[in-house]
Design a protein around this ligand. Sequence first.
Ligand code: NAD
Ligand code: IPM
Ligand code: MN
Length: 362
Amino acid sequence: MPAYKIAVIPGDGIGPEVMDEGLKALRCIAALDGSLDFSFTHFPWGCEYYLRHGRMMDEDGLEQLKAFDAILLGAVGYPGVPDHVSLWDLLLRIRKGFDQYVNLRPVVLLDGAPCPLAGVKREQVDMVFVRENSEGEYAGAGAFLYPDTPHEVALQTGVFSRRGTERVIRYAFELAARERKTLTSVSKGNALNYSMVFWDKIFNEVKADYPDAQTFSYMVDAASMFMVREPQRFQVVVTSNLFGDILTDLGAAIAGGMGLAAGANLNPERQYPSMFEPIHGSAPDIAGKGLANPLATVWAVSQMLDHLGRADLGKVLLDAIETLLKEGKTLPVDIGGSASTQAVGDALLEKIGDTFANGRKQ
Ligand code: NAD
Ligand code: IPM
Ligand code: MN
């Protein structure tokens, strides 16, 4: 029986609360299925660790993580540690160090999830974002010049390499072809006259290798407008690091909120472990109160199962989330219910149990 080694980094704020529920769902599904096993190793890294040790993770943290089949991460960041320190020394260090250059973020309006858009049918919100995750606007290249003088200057340079741009666009073309979906590139070549002109050029180059692909190209400002007014325009979407970051929070807002938005940080070559996480942050405003919605984390666990070659089990988890939402009896507070984080996790176990009791098809 395959036994997967999973590294667990619950992190800060609501991170540990939602992670508990994600692991509960994963343990449940593994026990009921009986054909695979997981071992979990917890890492205490995060802002509390920083306050004690002066760093967010061990110096050889990446070395320690290398041996795992996958990483589950809760959330990082807390008041008391500057955000650029906490994120760059943990989350971004892993994404970059393990060359997780694809950030795969579904924006799918599940049955029962609340949608703030009037006149939009549920099936019209069904997209997946392929966000560039290793360079671009978040390459970390820049400088402060003449600090603390009246002449001070901040420089932040976008880095778009041919290799980095081409590989993520190619991944998106492959995904669209596999799933028989359209592919939309989001850029901004009119104002960003180097980086985004380059992005568009590479997109068109790669497109020549996919003569059957149906493609669209929008500027990011127009794309954000269309996401709200005509979300059905988008199926697979490929875009840069910054634009993908912003558009997937917008996507979360139209598909049920931050409590339902998940993402996979993939190293497609599987040279390094990939990492799965809810896309929300540590939510200090609700931390420790049992108010966090754990469903985004469970969805991330479902993405991890897909990645480990068990899309059948990934689907069981996602279906369980959808059934819970559709029934509407045990909903978390952010989507209009009154159930605690734990109660939502417990209710989800019942739904998973029902699936197996009803004879899940292998
Ligand atoms: P946030 O996502 O933590 O919170 C934004 C809003 O959404 C808050 O009102 C919060 O209560 C709500 N929210 C988020 N997740 C929720 C959930 N699961 N259930 C219910 N409500 C939820 O973003 P922020 O406030 O901008 O950032 C807080 C901290 O998190 C900062 O330190 C930031 O740098 C960090 N951050 C980390 C990640 C990550 O670890 N991946 C992502 C974003 C922000
Ligand atoms: C996300 C987050 C991170 C990002 C931050 C916290 C560095 O916003 O995962 O969307 O921008 O990638
Ligand atoms: Mn974000």
